[in-house]
Design a binder for this molecule. Structure first.
Ligand code: GRF
Length: 190
């Protein structure tokens, strides 16, 4: 089996990166991670990658004059590592239409709500504030419209009495870690 090469883009803790790392250590998983890129120098996910011997690079968006220039720098790094599939895992930057077009059908994102509900950066808080009975998480293909591309997998998470943003986020994360590696498999032909 020739494994597909994943490039993971992160900005922070990288617990979803960890879930992908763990999945990729299994011999029968059809992908491996060839590079991790963080736009934040202090992202903990960089340590996670390096602990597993995965090349991890910091490409700070502040160092580039335009979004296109930043995306081009990432593109160069991804091509250098022969990446086939990009996984956004808590990557908190908008991508340019040119970049998204280059990777159409091969770039995934994970979002902490049952899309199309609660798009945007405060999805967990928004679900709690809305008083819905359940929320969850979604893995979808990335298109130009934020948090709106074709859905690959979702998992439901019920609200529990006394839930705080923290407790809810924790249970959503558990489901994210389960479905992200599964969703990656879905776009890899058997
Ligand atoms: C996750 O909740 C994901 O859905 C969202 O950002 C968070 C990243 O968490 N896009 P982590 O860095 O993977 O722990």
């Amino acid at each position: 089996m020739t494994k597909k090469k994943i490039g993971v883009l992160i900005s922070g803790n990288g617990s979803n990166l960890q879930a992908l790392i763990d999945a990729c250590t299994k011999a029968d998983y059809p992908a491996s991670i060839s590079v991790v890129i963080s736009n934040k120098a202090d992202a903990y996910g960089v340590n996670r990658a390096r602990e597993h011997g995965i090349p991890a690079h910091i490409i700070r968006h502040e160092d580039y004059a335009t979004r296109d220039a930043f995306d081009d720098a990432m593109q160069e790094m991804l091509l250098h590592h022969s990446v086939d599939i990009i996984c956004l895992a808590g990557f908190m930057r908008l991508l340019s239409p040119v970049f998204v077009a280059r990777w159409r059908g091969r770039i995934l994102n994970i979002h902490p709500s049952l899309l199309p509900q609660f798009k945007g950066a405060t999805a967990v808080r928004d679900a709690l504030a809305a008083g819905v009975k359940e929320t969850g998480c979604t893995v979808h293909l990335v298109t130009d419209e934020v948090d709106a591309g074709p859905i690959l997998l979702q998992a439901r998470v019920p609200m529990l009495p006394g839930d705080t943003e923290e407790s809810l986020r924790e249970r959503i994360h558990e489901q994210e870690h389960r479905i992200y590696p599964e969703a990656v498999k879905m776009i890899i032909p058997a």
